[in-house]
Design a protein around this ligand. Sequence first.
Ligand SMILES: [Zn+2]
Length: 365
Amino acid sequence: MASAKLTFESGGTFLRDTRKDAEAYLAQSRVRARGRVRLYAKALVSLGMMAAGWSVLIFAQPGFVVAGLCLLALLAGVLLTAFCVQHDANHGAYFRRRNLNHLVGWSADALLGYSSYAWRVKHNVAHHTYTNIDGHDDDITQMPFARLSPSQSPRGWYRYQHLYIWPLYLLMGLRWQTVGDIAAFARGKIGESVLRFPRGLNLAGVVLGKAIFVTWVFLIPALVYPWWLVLGTYLVLAMVASLVMATTFQLAHCVEEASFASADSVGHGTTDWAVHEVQTTVNFCPRNSVLTWMLGGLNYQIEHHLFPRVPHTHYPELSAIVRRNCERHGIRYSTQPTLGRALRSHYRHLRAMGRLGIPLEIEVG
Ligand SMILES: [Zn+2]
């Protein structure tokens, strides 16, 4: 079971050496400028695709084919905003100033329908600090629906989780857009990380964000299209986006090559945090530059976990530095070369977690 407070050793030689090399690379002003220009250009493309797809649907009400293309542009814009805009901004990678990052990160509230304030605790604190630690990392806590970590209690139905998990991934986004963040505010924590009820500007951001999201997704479209078409379109787009987002994050952590830990096994202040992050994370398709571009570098999650405040446009170059230092320090650095192999590894992990620990009499028949 999770204990109240977990601490790591955070000053190990691996992180010190890797940081030194990464800082030397990022000290080149041309390199830094190039990374930022690419990041800002992606933000314009992401938001532009959303705006263009939505505007043509609302103001031109096109025929079937063009409407389909607009919906594709809207879906692509939503995914790019999630992966390349809000994620980097909420980590503090867009600007030096915190409030500017929070403003861009607020795109999660207004455009994607979930609270960036809650996301920063769920993702930046619970997931990034306590990756794959049962009870602390909310991303691997899906009981009683699925068992993602070996230290979680078995249930008979988990043996089918490799089959039924995919419809659940379709629904995860809907949960966060409707009750997920509100329920987290009421609970006051995510995993074991404290989530204070938002006040002042943060509360205004949550309320205004929900209002803007409902307005552009439901109210304005319902002025020009039948309500059932608006609702049905929202459900389909939200579920597809949810499936892509959930699968992308799972391929980095819930796979055979990743380590898992319980709070007890990590100890208090004895586990090297950076080593823990590398061993609980797996990269995939590093050579596929189109996928890297679309996923906001989330196929380079090892680099992302070590350098979450560095724009993701630097991850391919940082990966050579991290890999070299892993070799030097004898740390396992895992990469799946193709998307198919990463998906199969996730599938096999789900099947193994579903079977492990099931009482013998159930297992044999
Ligand atoms: Zn992140």
